[in-house]
Design a binder for this molecule. Structure first.
Ligand code: ACM
Ligand code: ZN
Length: 755
């Protein structure tokens, strides 16, 4: 990070009058491309500002600036032609229409940009630069800044279907985004749990589709985050309110990308208009819990497309931005395969399977949007079965979808659920809102936002990054704020600032900015005491390098035998190497000497450590077990997930090996649609062709309300074998007692252990 100290001539002159020195490093987020700090200060309290030349949106900018200075600092600025704080349009400013140049001397402040966008971002930098002195006066430090963004798409998403937020709260969300130079608000307006956008031609979408029987989502009540009074829950945004929000966002240089989910996640729409559901597909209700309903628009009916085009026509009228998001994720395509009209459609359009039928569906919608001058963007499932020609892709199931789309020449927004789903908890608080699975500030900050596998020539297709906030377990806006910050600082800096960044430097700036936000009434989340345990296996050496990463600059204490660490345990210094089985537990201690959160990881150096295997049925891209050797990498707790089909793996130990023990581990968490296997069978083989069974377990389907790990260890008389086959049968679909009965079930395994 460039942090040159420069001395302006003018500063030197005034130095003789002994100006107040402003030598503190500026605490900006996102950090600008170039910063040169000087000596001295500009006195802001009596400043007059002016705009030079023709500036689009000048009135809004001027109102925004004076209002911001008044509300945040109590500074009343005057505007007239001869101001000493001068905003000018200047086509020479490097870095595009969002770039700006800011020069503060003791006497003047000049801001140049190619467009009003750059001027707006300069205002955000100015906001962060203001120093409030004890005497109640306000200054800017003498400084030169040149700045422009790394990515064009700097996004945040908010789900208003699972829980609804008011117009004022949506505006606050946009405000908070824009303060950190984020420019794209992805508004998830419809889902199985409620339709939130008024569509004049189809009033039942909101009369019926916006209301569910109760607020639901029991886990929120268990944590005390809200109360379920059993009354209907819902609401929606009128078109007038949407126009107001779109205009508000425009004044803050934020483009809104509305999402109209299709063909799946559509129960709310289809309860309102069941005629667009597949015939005889059963009853739907508007969901009161998490998951994906069976609701899917019938791909066989022409009327479905007329309906969706009408809805999209009103949507486009409300949202002037280039992109319309059409969802496309997690489509329950089984319903199509049972529908005569869908089957007829498949035949007519030459779709070989349900994925190609979805491709047809999305392709038709894309043509419609393109013919109205708009571009389609969808979740990465729109790649399955062939991607519509001009579509852009949002990569959420890991990064591979993004890599594939970019290599095929499509624009991509990276939003992999790790680490960009901010609905995952970020700290140790037991009653934090959000989904389990810590995604820390540091995870967000250090994640490589452009996947390494994208070729140099196609990197340009990675147009940006985005964080998503799904609101199943985030029932109120104060919880949204808590999940947003401090992680949005990291997102904003990764999205805007040059790639070379320092965590330690960033962390200091986070503390400053977090305090400022709290002073302004934002419910900033707690920085975690989380210790991330990174494992780098070395298969050739039968060892693994262990690194601990933390957020708080406090010592980490750890044990290797599964016992609870104390401040007398080993203290972490640097990366260390393990070559024997270990159960690592690591933590930091707060001021009271309490370990608020212990991270653990088990590591096993067994005979299949690092060995290759093939899966008969592919795992889902988002559940890859941590990479290529997910089932044999030696560490536990990172899962491979296969949907509906068995988990069947054939391991190659490389040579004939004496073995007498096989174990396999699975997750059993039925309420998350993850079931332990109904049957597990182990086979061995010398040649990879003829397999002999050595053990079998038949646990059947297990209880409903557990979250546990189940293991199937088998000991047998030592035999020599090179290949091992593990077949773990998936229950297939959620059983009849399950809230999502009939929905596809998952099987998750983290390791196959061979001794
Ligand atoms: C998603 O999380 N289903 C896009
Ligand atoms: Zn159908």
């Amino acid at each position: 990070m460039k942090q040159l100290l420069f001395i302006l001539t003018i500063a030197l002159i005034t130095a003789s009058c002994a100006p107040k020195q402003s030598q503190k490093e500026v605490q900006l987020i996102p950090y600008p491309v170039e910063v040169e700090q000087g000596i001295g200060q500009y006195d802001l309290d009596d400043a007059v500002f002016s705009f030079e030349g023709e500036i689009e949106g000048k009135k809004a900018l001027s109102a925004y600036f004076s209002q911001m200075m008044a509300s945040q600092f109590g500074v009343t600025l005057q505007e007239n032609k001869a101001g000493s704080v001068k905003f000018s349009i200047n086509s020479q400013v490097p870095g595009g229409e969002e770039a700006y140049r800011l020069r503060v001397s003791p006497k003047t402040v000049s801001i140049d940009a190619q467009s009003e966008k750059g001027l707006f971002y300069a205002m955000q930098t100015l906001r962060q630069l203001v120093e409030e002195e004890k005497d109640g006066k306000h200054y800017l430090p003498v400084i030169n800044i040149t700045d422009y963004p790394r990515f064009d798409w700097r996004g945040m998403h908010l789900d208003v279907s699972r829980h609804l937020f008011s117009v004022a709260e949506i505006k606050k969300y946009i405000d908070l985004m824009s303060m950190y130079k984020l420019n794209t608000f992805h508004w998830h307006l419809v889902d199985d749990q409620g339709w939130r956008l008024e569509i004049k031609k189809y009033p039942k979408l909101t009369e019926v589709g916006a209301w569910r029987s109760k607020v639901g989502f029991e886990a929120n009540q268990e944590k005390g985050l809200n109360k379920d009074d059993g009354q209907p829950y819902g609401g929606y945004y009128t078109q007038e309110q949407v126009r107001e929000i779109v205009a508000y966002a425009k004044d803050r240089q934020v483009t809104i990308v509305p999402e109209i989910e299709l063909p799946g996640h559509s129960a709310a729409a289809l309860v309102a208009y069941p005629e667009y559901y597949c015939d005889n597909a059963g009853d739907l209700e508007i969901w009161t819990q998490a998951g994906v309903s069976a609701g899917v628009f019938c791909a066989g009916k022409e009327s479905t497309f007329h309906f969706l085009e009408d809805v999209l026509a009103e949507t486009m009228e409300l949202f002037p931005g280039e992109f319309i998001h059409i969802g496309g994720d997690e489509t329950p395509k089984d319903t199509w395969l049972k529908c005569p009209k869908c089957k007829k459609r498949m035949k007519a359009v030459g779709a070989h399977d349900e994925h190609e039928l979805q491709s047809y569906f999305v392709g038709r919608i894309e043509k419609y949007l393109n013919s109205h001058g708009r571009r389609l963007i969808g979740w990465d499932e729109i790649l399955d079965g062939g991607l519509a020609p001009n579509a852009a892709v949002m990569s959420w199931r890991g990064v591979q979808g993004g890599v594939n789309a970019a290599e095929a020449g499509h624009d991509v927004v990276m939003t992999p659920m790790f680490p960009y789903y901010f609905n995952h908890v970020q700290n140790h608080q037991p009653n934090s809102p959000g989904h389990p699975g810590i995604t820390s500030l540091r995870d967000v900050y250090t994640f490589p936002s452009i996947p390494e596998d994208v070729s140099q020539e196609n990197k340009k297709h990675i147009i940006g990054i985005q964080a998503n906030i799904w609101s199943e377990y985030i029932p109120a806006f104060k919880h949204v704020e808590y999940m947003m910050f401090p992680r949005t600082f990291a997102l904003a800096e990764v999205a805007w600032s040059p790639e070379k960044r320092s965590w330690d430097d960033f962390y200091g700036r986070v503390l400053t900015q977090a305090e400022k936000l709290k002073d302004n009434g934002v419910n900033v989340g707690d920085i975690s005491y989380h210790v991330r345990i990174d494992v780098a296996p070395d298969y050739a050496k039968n060892s693994a390098d262990i690194t601990f990463l933390t957020e708080r600059p406090l010592p980490v204490y750890y044990t290797l035998d599964g016992t609870t660490p104390s401040q007398n345990s080993l203290m972490y210094k640097n990366t260390f190497t393990l070559s024997e089985d270990a159960h690592i537990k690591a933590c930091q201690f707060d001021k009271k000497g309490e370990a608020l959160h212990i991270t653990e990881k088990e590591i096993m150096f067994h005979k299949a450590f690092g060995k290759s295997y093939t899966l008969t049925y592919k795992h889902a891209p988002q559940y890859d077990g941590g990479g290529k050797n997910g089932l044999t990498n030696g560490f536990l707790g990172v899962w491979i997930g296969v949907e509906e089909k068995p988990l069947e793996a054939i391991l190659d130990l490389g040579e004939e090996t004496n073995i007498s023990h096989i174990n396999s581990r699975f997750k059993n968490q039925p309420m998350s649609w993850v079931f332990g296997p109904v049957k597990v069978t182990y086979f061995i083989s010398a040649d990879g062709n003829k397999f002999d069974k050595v053990a079998e377990f038949a646990p059947g389907v297990t209880k409903s309300d557990v979250n546990e790990i189940v293991q199937y260890p088998a000991d047998f008389e030592a035999v020599s074998a090179r290949y091992i086959k593990i077949k773990a049968d998936n229950v297939g679909v959620c059983p009849s007692w399950h809230p999502a009965a009939g929905g596809k079930a998952w099987i998750f395994s983290d390791e196959i252990i061979v001794r």
